[in-house]
Design a protein around this ligand. Structure first.
Ligand SMILES: Nc1ncnc2c1ncn2[C@@H]1O[C@H](COP(=O)(O)OP(=O)(O)OP(=O)(O)O)[C@@H](O)[C@H]1O
Length: 262
């Protein structure tokens, strides 16, 4: 089972015609994520959360340092890392069932096996009654469920999620967070989940990594001692409220400090 190590990672984007200065997006980032841990990367907009996730996904290479999965350097995207993006990643011309079948079909699974798996994963995300619908007939939350099913059917041991519920309304967002918790309780995949929402991070994570304003560094990590299984009511716990306050202060102080030195 894989674990993830990021050592001394730096990402510097070269200057472009529009922005002639290079952008130092990440500086000396170190992480060690054991199997089955649910980790949130928490930080303000533009601090480099997506850049860090893209490094681990293998979409980007570090300009310094290294990223290892199961002690092997990451040399590009791989089947053991499933990625869920903020906007639903689905083919609009395929039905829900066809969308979910896409991955296993590509891997040459038999028709019967694919059909059975498609039903199973659509059921798990609550979309089985919509299997013959097109994505445009679904709500935003349902489309994101479909994205999740498309990734889960490939059964990657690692899930990389980039603000997957960021575009959803508050109620749908809670339902999706609880669905993700339920799926995770059963599968215990290693999850790295990007968010700028403190409550979301505390509801979901075993460990929250707090990132600084740009260039992104890991300021701190906080282990979340709240009992599992969790649902949204955990936010009424005193421990939750205390952690929320302390994370808020940490993010606030870092933002104030960088505003003063800017
Ligand atoms: N391809 C790129 N070329 C140049 N600069 C980039 C590129 N991608 C990201 N950046 C810059 O790197 C910094 C970090 O961006 P990133 O998207 O990782 O932040 P983020 O924390 O995920 O932000 P948000 O929460 O708003 O999505 C930003 O200043 C961004 O403008």
């Amino acid at each position: 089972m894989p674990n993830i190590t990021v050592r001394g990672a730096e990402v510097k984007f070269p200057g472009t015609k529009k922005h002639s200065e290079p952008v130092l997006a990440l500086s000396d980032v170190n992480l060690s994520i054991p199997d089955q841990q649910f980790v949130c990367l928490l930080g303000p907009s533009g601090c480099g959360k997506s850049t860090l996730l893209n490094l681990i996904a293998g979409f980007l290479e570090p300009t310094d340092g290294e990223v290892l999965v199961d002690d092997e350097p990451v040399a590009g995207p791989g089947p053991e890392r499933g990625v869920v993006f903020q906007s639903a990643n689905v083919f609009p011309w395929l039905t829900c069932a066809q969308n979910v079948a896409f991955g296993p079909k590509l891997r040459g699974k038999s028709k019967a096996e694919v059909a059975e798996q498609v039903d199973h994963y659509l059921e798990r995300v609550g979309l089985l009654p919509f299997k013959d619908r097109l994505p445009m007939e679904l709500s935003g939350g349902m489309r994101q469920r479909l994205s999740l099913a498309r990734v889960l059917i490939n059964d990657p041991p690692i899930l990389l999620m980039d603000e997957p519920f960021g575009a959803l309304d508050a109620q749908t967002r809670i339902i999706m967070q609880e669905l993700l918790l339920e799926l995770w309780e059963r599968d215990r995949k290693t999850v790295i989940f990007v968010t700028h929402d403190i409550d979301e991070a505390l509801l979901l994570a075993d460990r929250v990594y707090v990132m600084s304003t740009r260039p992104g560094r890991i300021l701190d990590h906080v282990d979340v001692p709240l009992a599992r299984p969790r649902n949204y009511q955990v936010s009424n716990d005193k421990a939750f409220r205390d952690l929320r306050q302390s994370l808020f202060e940490q993010l606030h102080d870092d933002a104030a400090h960088s505003a003063n030195v800017a």
